[in-house]
Design a protein around this ligand. Structure first.
Ligand code: GCU
Length: 426
């Protein structure tokens, strides 16, 4: 009995871990199939000529995504931002500064405020930047730094400090919350990040209520669209700063935030590159795929992520007018990295590859380099449509950071001097 009581906290942690794992990764026991030729081609087929040649076709397709999956892009929703406030003048032993801006989206009482934290490297030139959107709070992304928490207090430690945080890090990877900013500084990149739930809470019911009150001419009806607009607002603040090179601003996110990074890249064409890591359904995975989470399950578990209109298609997915290869096609020619884990079957690396394969023709026609044709295991970071598959599950591990930085170095106009370019293998 005493043995049991003593180990109670550990047993509770283990129990929760199993629950979390089964919810987020279906235990990660399976491997994604590497066979793509034996599966159905993405539907509807892409009209490559029309998509590349006519902005009207692109607009219609974007409209179809808004009407069915994501709801409207909140065009014209007011964005304001404060001056940068220096959080740490000697960040990373003086390699740069850590600063924070308050961004407000919307108008009236329902306007939303979130904190964008940015690490600026010391440089005599303007720097390219990558903007990340996270599950974890800014306290956890920048542990030990006195950034402002969502409740407006000053961060004192991170929610990842305790046993639970350690367990989560074990499962979801070293960099699931904490950001290795020095790796981005090595490339001369600035790094900015915000906690998505500070903008629109990741909670069914609450999210819709918050979005309805944001006070725009058009309000978002899905959290994914609202979070994408958050990326856009962050770009507004960053491009207004002369330290940032506004032609070289990338966005990135993991999982649900990979979905919103892809959307931001389509609806805000200032985005110069996208990293969508394990974005899964409503991201880069095909909605009609038969493996992984599936759009139907996702829309039922997380209805607030998508437009309420999607519910009408769930009993007959074949009737869905769009699929995600078309989202990737709309992104062309913007460089995109689709990150995947072989055991993260839940986010469906196989259909993600097939979506990219189909969209490749549009990248090729746009004069950008499409997917290199050598299968799911070939990683070509130079390609404008880059697909990365590593072993392991739903996580952010050091190898992913290698892939992200190599891709960014290649696409933000050789942000890295050649001697620091990283050679990586999967
Ligand atoms: C859940 C959800 C996925 C999502 C993931 C995440 O697992 O089912 O669609 O991508 O959470 O955001 O981590």
């Amino acid at each position: 009995m005493i043995w049991f009581l003593k180990r109670m906290p550990l047993l509770i942690v283990l129990g929760i871990t199993v629950l979390v794992m089964s919810n987020c990764t279906m235990l990660g026991m399976n491997y994604a199939s590497l066979e793509t030729g034996n599966k159905a081609l993405p539907q509807p087929p892409l009209d490559v000529q029309a998509i590349t040649g006519s902005s009207a076709t692109r607009d219609e397709l974007k409209q179809a995504f808004e009407d069915t999956l994501y709801g409207p892009w909140p065009k014209g929703m007011p964005v304001t931002f404060s001056q940068w406030h220096v959080v740490d003048p000697d960040y990373l032993d003086g390699r740069g500064t850590l600063e924070e801006s308050e961004i407000t989206i919307g108008s009236g009482e329902g306007a939303r405020l979130f904190h964008l934290v940015a690490a600026f490297p010391k440089s005599d030139r303007s720097s390219p930047v990558v903007v990340s959107q996270t599950f974890s709070t800014n306290c956890a992304s920048f542990p030990g730094e006195p950034v402002t928490a969502a409740d407006m207090s000053v961060c004192d430690g991170s929610e990842m400090d305790g046993v639970m945080g350690k367990v989560v890090t074990q499962i979801f990877g070293r960099y699931i919350a904490e950001v290795p900013v020095s790796r981005y500084f090595d490339l001369g990149l600035a790094y900015a990040s915000f906690y998505a739930s500070e903008l629109v809470p990741d909670k069914n019911g609450e999210a819709q209520a918050v979005m309805a009150r944001m006070g725009g001419p058009i309000n978002p009806t899905s959290a994914l669209m609202a979070w994408s607009y958050g990326f856009s607002a962050a770009l507004d603040a960053l491009e207004a700063d002369p330290r940032i090179d506004s032609q070289r601003m990338a966005v990135m996110g993991h999982s649900r935030h990979g979905k919103s990074a892809l959307i931001a890249g389509v609806w805000d064409r200032r985005v110069a590159a996208v990293i969508a890591h394990q974005s899964g359904f409503a991201g880069a995975a095909l909605s009609r795929s038969e493996t992984g989470e599936g759009l139907v399950r996702m829309a039922k578990s997380y209805p607030h992520w998508l437009s309420p209109n999607v519910q009408a298609y769930l009993t007959d997915l074949a009737s869905l007018p769009v699929d995600q290869h078309e989202l990737l096609a709309l992104l062309a020619p913007t460089p995109v990295l689709l990150g995947n884990g072989r055991r993260d079957v839940w986010s469906d690396p196989n259909s993600t590859y097939r979506a990219a394969e189909a969209a490749s023709a549009v990248y090729d026609a746009d004069g950008a380099g499409g997917l290199s044709d050598s299968g799911m295991r070939a990683f070509d970071p130079e390609s404008d449509l880059a697909y990365w598959l590593r072993p392991g599950g739903h996580s952010i591990v050091p190898k992913d950071i290698d892939a992200f930085t190599t891709f960014l170095a290649a696409h933000l106009e050789k942000a890295a001097p050649p001697e620091t370019a990283v050679q990586i293998a999967n």
